[in-house]
Design a protein around this ligand. Structure first.
Ligand code: MV4
Length: 461
């Protein structure tokens, strides 16, 4: 096992990793920008190193600074968390060259999944179901049109270097293809420095379902069921739950089994998540794979009883997986609300000082957060303030528990999206489990949705 882990991240995930390390008897090193000197992850770690000024590029994304910090403190492993350098294959390679363990899969896996065209091909060869589309990049609008005629409209153009919705264009009519192609390509160049595009059949009103994979370095692979992540706005997830109200036990088993078989073929190691689109007929299609621990991992932890970060660290140190697939049981229901420092109506970031703060608690409630009273939410980083996660024996009880917990949460001095979550939990489509990726859009366009949101804002202390 590692003796000392450096956490190349900040906020709640840095704390989450520090907590797992402490329980494993591993010493921890926090890194921080000058603006984060008072952050909780700095206080909770055994040691800390300042790695630069507030902008991420000069601190949390600064590879030479991070490796110097690891060398100075004699850390033998680096945990990248999520975001920042967590899916940067170059960083994983540099760690390997410096003989520091990168807590994640091999750099080759990160780089394979980072390119969506390569990932799509690898997924197909590994037996994962794909939507009809181009197997490589489409060179020009003419080639895109040929594909579109074959697969039928609507189609979607996606950036090979993309993910997260940038450089994506839906095309419903042949005449709109040329314009969409140049816009998507230009966006892809601007965002990723790579204008390569591919094309797929477009799925209307899909659900976003992801399968959690756990793989050791010795070829043993299990899955921990799914997370339902369809409640998103502009490709930012807001609410996640497990199990998904859309899956039957049969579909869950099928998705799990094909996912494991594919990961075995690819030789995947460490934790990872396969994202699927689920269409209205219950068919699922590979979308992307994430090679990191994800923000929403706690809902899986609560329904499986497995500490994913602890497992991830153990796997990275070469320990074999102890559990077999038969040992995994999903029990009860978990829901996570991402509490962001943002305006609940416009979703504009709302950094500032938290003047009063009180977190919910009680049976079945978990809060993963690095916020505290008098803490200042900084403008340089993402606006995630806390993950409020509830667990209950069934979904209706979990929803009621989430409503209860949201009602207890006091955050003063800044705006948060807690009122949005209160409105979402009351929405018929959510309560019925009958929602898709358009849920937020519909809530904000509906009379009852906006009325509930307004009321929740008024009732916020
Ligand atoms: C799609 C799709 C429909 N059909 N691909 C959005 C982000 C990127 N990871 C892929 N995305 C989508 N790809 C096909 N062929 C719909 C989306 C999509 C979406 C997916 C998951 C969750 C929320 C979404 C919101 C809008 C679009």
């Amino acid at each position: 096992m590692f003796k000392k882990v450096l956490i190349a991240n900040r906020g709640e995930i840095a704390l989450r990793v520090i907590r797992a390390c402490r329980e494993l008897g591993i010493a921890t090193v926090a890194v921080h920008s000058t603006a984060d000197a008072n952050a909780l992850h700095v206080r909770f770690a055994d040691e800390s190193v300042c790695i630069g000024p507030p902008p991420s590029k000069e601190s949390y994304l600064n590879i030479p600074q991070l490796l110097s910090a690891a060398e100075i403190t004699r850390a033998d492993a680096i945990h990248p968390g999520y975001g920042f350098l967590s899916e940067n294959a170059e960083f994983a390679k540099v760690c390997r060259d410096c003989k520091i363990h990168f807590i994640g899969p091999r750099p080759e896996m990160i780089s394979l999944m980072g390119n969506k065209v390569r990932a799509r091909n690898a997924a197909r060869e590994a037996g994962l179901p794909l939507l009809p589309g181009s197997m490589g990049t489409v060179k020009d609008p003419k080639e895109a049109e040929a594909f579109a005629r074959e697969i039928g409209f609507p189609v979607i153009l996606k950036a090979a270097a993309g993910g997260g919705g940038k450089g994506m264009k839906i095309v419903r009519e042949p005449h709109a293809l040329a314009q969409a192609f140049s816009t998507a390509a230009a966006e892809a160049v601007a965002s990723f420095g790579n204008g390569d595009l591919y094309i797929e059949r477009y799925v209307e009103k899909p659900r976003h379902i992801e399968i959690q994979i756990v793989a050791d370095e010795h070829g043993r692979i299990i899955h921990l069921g799914e997370r339902e992540c369809s409640v998103q706005r502009r490709h930012q997830k807001l609410i996640e739950e497990s199990p998904s109200p859309a899956l039957t036990p049969e579909l869950r088993q099928q998705m799990g089994e094909v996912s494991i078989r594919a990961m075995e073929k690819l030789g995947y190691n460490n934790v990872g998540t396969i994202e699927y689109l689920l269409d209205e007929n219950g068919r699922f299609y590979f979308m992307e794979m994430n090679t990191r621990i994800q923000v929403e991992h706690p809902v899986t932890e609560l329904v499986t009883g497995i500490d994913l970060v602890r497992e991830q660290i153990k796997l990275s140190s070469g320990e074999p997986l102890q559990r077999k697939q038969e040992d995994i049981q999903m029990r009860g229901h978990a829901i996570e609300c991402r509490v962001n420092a943002e305006d609940p109506v416009t979703f504009a970031p709302w950094p500032g000082k938290i003047t009063a703060y009180s977190v919910p608690g009680g049976y079945g409630v978990r809060v993963d957060s690095s916020a505290y009273e008098n803490y200042t939410v900084l403008p340089y980083y993402d606006s995630l303030l806390a993950k409020l996660i509830v667990y209950a024996e069934d979904r209706p009880t979990a929803i009621r528990r989430m409503q209860r917990a949201l009602g207890e949460y006091v955050v003063q001095g800044i705006r948060t999206n807690i009122p949005f979550h209160r409105a979402a939990m009351a929405e018929d489509a959510f309560v019925e489990g009958n929602y898709d990726t358009r849920f937020v859009e519909r809530l904000l366009a509906s009379e009852t949705g906006t009325h509930r949101l307004k009321k929740a804002i008024e009732e916020t202390p």
